[in-house]
Design a protein around this ligand. Structure first.
Ligand code: BES
Ligand code: ZN
Length: 645
């Protein structure tokens, strides 16, 4: 193909470690990989190593929260009433907590409450503390356990924002981020994706603010004068999807069943940007079966939100950094929406199985983008992701290059990478190529139906794949190939990669400029989409002279780009080549935005030289108080690691 292939582009130190996965069904897995990963395949038994809970003995089936939100002390205070179902003879239920102050635990309904015996076990640095509650021998298998508690101001799953950090600057803002294991920092519960529960909630907030949750929300737009909001989530969901947002929020409908909650200043712009959400929803339903969650709304957060988006059911949480004005970054919405099938309906049972959520979702996203915006755009976005994966792969340990990544003994956040996403997507695209789109669509649709509202492991998926696709259409793929995709490092060969004529013509123009055969003024960029700009910028030589950077900036006004992705890509060149005129904008960007994907690579680049490291430390001291605890943790590690060097 015309565009440089993924394997041929650039120098990649991981090339030697990387293995090709051949499309030829007869090719055996390489010995080396087979050996390296035999252990991973055979020694695995289903157990969520990131939770203390023992749901096979006693499990939470529903929760009622009654919590008050106190912005002054940055604390949630209240009760979690948990309906527990236990096996015969089980005399304990184990919950997860992290920095929670447990005030009391009682058992039984209001009219017959009894104090329970409980014990908080010693703290594990990654997992927090187990709350072990004794269950009386009442002869019943269902018991209501009520925990009264307070959160810590340092709760890892909460970000408390000062008014200055919001769009309107008048009111504070609070949001939760429970994935992966942070629900336990604001609710005592069984914080494992293998346990699903329904929930209801009563949330008390200051009267000027509105509360919204991953549940049925009031879209009437009237504030509740008493500051009390009630919620119900009747579908059983895992703990990492319980979510709360509190702020100066209005609601703007986009269609009968989609809308936006946002601060008043940005609500209209958000509703315009994401106006295609209903179309995305219809296409997803056509491909993957009915949307089973009622409404689909978006909550637009302040720019410190550490992710692009979070698929909280009925109410995806979205970074404002994708409101570009031209719908160029709306694949994020397709992604969070797609999780309504891959993730929220069929859920990874443990964090090792995250690729079942994110890989499937990335695959679905491309299908949705193709149907709404055409194949050319969908291919470009996929190609950019593949390049991103390839770049990151070079930095990862071989064990973190497989789809089923074992994060035992680590915080799942520390293992976060593009592998479950883009390599997962490649795996599914490869399967689609082998079986044909029609058969693969049927397979996926049946998969979502079959496992709806359950949590499954990688091994359960592989067994299903074997039964429903491999055995029915024999001779197309081998078990060894599948194992290599899921349990081995490296990247597959190039024949998977979509072609893009647009990108090949950018290569031609870009090389002509780099080789001094053409001036920047001769490059006609008028029709370029954001994705073409990103391809152009991402693939420029890493070393550029100050004159080159000045010329690029003068021609294309890159330092002042209002597109957060273009600015990010440009700033990487700025840092690598010390282009001084852009540093004040870079500083502003790092202070304003807390989205990890946009800021982390910039800090990583900055700490590489002493001068830039000084800049990074100075700016980070200003930016850190505005970052989410998760982003703080990630950037702290980058800065402190570089100090030792
Ligand atoms: N569920 C994830 C975010 C997440 C993953 C949080 C793992 C904590 C642990 C969300 O759906 C996501 O993937 N967000 C991406 C979107 C992008 C790939 C379009 C993000 O935030 O960048
Ligand atoms: Zn996702």
């Amino acid at each position: 193909m015309a565009v440089c292939s993924l394997l041929a582009c650039g120098q990649n130190p991981a090339d030697e470690a990387a293995t090709e996965i051949k499309s030829d069904a007869a090719s055996p897995a390489s010995d080396e990989i087979a050996r390296a990963d035999a252990d991973a395949i055979s020694s695995y038994e289903y157990k969520d190593v990131h939770s203390f809970a023992r749901p096979d003995e006693a499990r939470v089936v529903s929760a009622h929260l009654d919590i008050a939100v106190d912005f002054d002390s940055q604390v949630l205070t209240g009760k979690a009433a948990l309906m527990i179902e236990r096996e015969q003879g089980a005399d304990e239920v184990v919950l997860d907590t992290r920095r929670l102050d447990i005030e009391s635990v009682s058992i039984g309904a209001d009219d017959k409450l009894e104090a329970a015996t409980w014990d908080l076990r010693p703290e594990d640095p990654n997992l927090g503390r187990a709350l072990v509650i004794r269950l009386p021998d009442t002869g019943q298998n269902k018991l209501l356990v009520t925990v009264a508690y307070r959160t810590s101001p340092e709760a890892s799953g909460l970000q408390w924002l000062q008014p200055a950090q919001t769009a309107g600057k008048q009111h504070p803002f609070l949001f939760t981020q429970s994935q992966a294991i942070h629900a336990r920092s604001w609710i005592p519960l069984q914080d494992t994706p293998g346990v699903r529960m329904t929930y209801t909630a009563t949330v008390r907030v200051p009267a000027a603010l509105r509360a919204v949750m991953s549940a049925a929300n009031d879209t009437s737009n009237a504030l509740h004068p008493d500051g009390i909001y009630q919620f119900e989530m009747p579908q059983a969901i895992p703990s990492y999807l319980i979510a709360l947002g509190v702020g100066d929020l209005v609601f703007v409908p986009m269609s009968e069943r989609t809308g936006v909650f946002a601060e008043p200043d940005i609500a209209q712009a958000a509703a315009r940007e994401f106006a295609d959400t209903e179309r995305m929803l219809q296409i997803s339903e056509k491909l993957y079966g009915p949307y089973r969650w009622g409404r689909y709304d978006l909550l637009i957060l302040p720019p410190s939100f550490p992710f692009g988006g979070m698929e909280n059911p009925r109410l995806s949480f979205i970074t404002p950094t994708v409101i570009a004005g031209d719908k160029s970054l709306v694949s994020l919405i397709a992604h969070e929406l797609a999780h309504s099938w891959s993730g929220n309906l069929v859920t990874n049972a443990t964090w090792r199985d995250l690729w079942l959520n994110e890989g499937f979702t990335s695959f679905l996203t491309t299908r949705i983008m193709e149907a709404v915006y055409g194949k050319a755009r969908a291919d470009m976005e996929y190609y950019l992701d593949l390049q991103g994966l390839r770049e990151q792969m070079a930095t990862l340990d071989i064990n973190d290059q497989m789809l089923a990544i074992d994060s035992t003994g680590r915080d799942p956040d520390d293992v976060f990478s593009n592998v479950p996403y883009t390599k997962g997507q490649m795996f599914l695209s490869w399967l689609e190529q082998q079986y044909g789109r029609e058969a693969f669509d049927v397979f996926l649709r049946e998969y979502f139906d079959k496992f709806a509202f359950t949590s499954i492991t990688t091994d359960e998926f592989l067994a299903y794949l074997d039964a429903e696709l491999m055995s029915r259409h024999p001779g197309k793929v081998t078990r060894a190939q599948i194992d290599q995709w899921v349990f081995a490092g490296g990247l597959p060969s190039t024949d998977m990669v979509p072609e893009s004529d647009a990108f090949s013509s950018i290569d031609t123009l870009s090389s002509a400029w780099v080789d001094r055969m053409m001036g920047l003024d001769e490059i006609d960029t008028r029709g370029w989409s954001v994705h073409e700009w990103l391809y152009f910028l991402n693939n420029l030589p890493t070393t550029l002279s100050t004159e080159d950077l000045r010329a690029l900036d003068a021609a294309f006004d890159l330092t002042r780009s209002t597109n957060s992705e273009i600015a990010h890509s440009w700033f990487r060149h700025v840092i690598r080549n010390n282009y001084a005129p852009a540093y004040s904008q870079l500083e502003e960007y790092l202070i304003r935005i807390g989205r990890r994907k946009l800021i982390v690579p910039l800090y990583q680049e900055l700490v590489k030289t002493p001068e830039n490291r000084q800049f990074a430390e100075r700016v980070y001291a200003l930016a850190r108080p505005g970052y989410h605890p998760l982003a703080q943790g990630t950037v702290d590690a980058i800065i402190s690691k570089s100090e030792g060097e």
